[in-house]
Design a protein around this ligand. Structure first.
Ligand code: PRP
Ligand code: URA
Length: 209
C-alpha cells in the first residue's frame, strides 16, 4: 500500500486557503501555487537516492553526501500541472520535464489522452508527477499507467488538494506510488469537483473562465 503524506505546515495551509478563496486573481493563484510547490518539494525529495563524494573543502578532504546521479523528471499533467513545475524547478534546476496531456471529459468524467512527451532516459529516472487536483483519481492513475507502460518505475505523485475518492483510486491502481498532498478535502460534488476544493484549477491558473 502506498503512503499518503499530508503536509501540515502553517505556510502551506495559509497559502492554500488564499488559493481557495474565489476572489483570488489568476496572478495571485499562480504565484501561491508556485510557492506551495517549492515548499512541498522539500518533503517530496526527502528520500531521493544519495551517494558519497570526496571533495576538498578549504580545510581538508572530506567524503560527503550528494544526490545520486542528477536524473530526475518532473511530469505535469496538462494543463493545470504546469502550475506546479516552476516551484520545483527553482528547487531542482537540474530536473528534466516531461508532459502528459489529459483532460476530463465533461460527460463521462473520464480522462482523455491528447499528448505524451518524455525526455530521453526518463524510464530510469526518479519521476514526480504533478497535478494540483486529485478528484476521482482517474487522470493521475491513467497518467501513471502511461508512464509505467513505457518502463517508468520510480514514480511519486504530488497534488495540492485530494479527495478521499482519488486517494482510494490511486492506492488501488498504483499501490507502489506514494502520494504527497497539501490537504485532503471532504469529498466530491455530483460532477466530481472537490469539496470545498478551489474550483477548476486549470481555469484559475490560466484565467480561461
Ligand atoms: C483537472 C485536474 C486534474 C483532473 C482531476 O484537469 O487538473 O488533471 O481534473 O480530476 P480527476 O482526478 O477526477 O481525474 P482537467 O481535466 O480539468 O483539465 P485541465 O487541467 O486542462 O483544466
Ligand atoms: N479538477 C479541478 O480542476 N477541480 C476539481 O475540483 C476537480 C477536478
Amino acid at each position: 500500500m502506498s503512503e499518503v503524506h499530508v503536509f501540515d505546515h502553517p505556510l502551506i495551509s495559509d497559502k492554500l486557503t488564499r488559493m481557495r478563496n474565489k476572489t483570488t486573481s489568476s496572478q495571485d493563484f499562480r504565484l501561491l501555487l508556485k510557492e506551495i510547490s517549492l515548499l512541498m518539494g522539500y518533503e517530496v525529495t526527502r528520500n531521493f537516492p544519495m551517494t558519497q563524494k570526496t571533495i576538498e573543502t578549504p580545510i581538508c578532504e572530506a567524503t560527503l553526501p550528494v544526490l545520486k546521479g542528477n536524473y530526475f523528471t518532473i511530469v505535469p499533467i496538462l494543463r493545470a500541472g504546469i502550475g506546479m513545475v516552476d516551484g520545483l524547478l527553482e528547487l531542482m534546476p537540474f530536473c528534466h520535464v516531461g508532459h502528459i496531456g489529459l483532460y476530463r471529459d465533461e460527460t463521462t468524467l473520464k480522462p482523455v489522452e491528447y499528448y505524451y512527451k518524455m525526455p530521453e532516459g526518463a524510464a530510469d529516472s526518479t519521476i514526480i508527477v504533478v497535478d494540483p487536483m486529485l478528484a476521482t483519481g482517474g487522470s493521475a492513475a491513467d497518467a501513471i499507467d502511461l508512464l509505467k507502460s513505457r518502463g517508468c518505475k520510480n514514480i511519486r505523485l504530488m497534488n495540492l488538494v485530494a479527495a478521499p475518492e482519488g486517494i482510494k483510486t490511486m492506492q488501488e491502481r498504483h499501490p507502489d506510488v506514494d502520494i504527497y498532498v497539501a490537504a485532503v478535502d471532504d469529498g466530491l460534488t455530483e460532477d466530481a469537483y472537490i469539496i470545498p476544493g478551489l474550483g477548476d484549477a486549470g481555469d484559475r491558473i490560466f484565467g480561461t473562465k
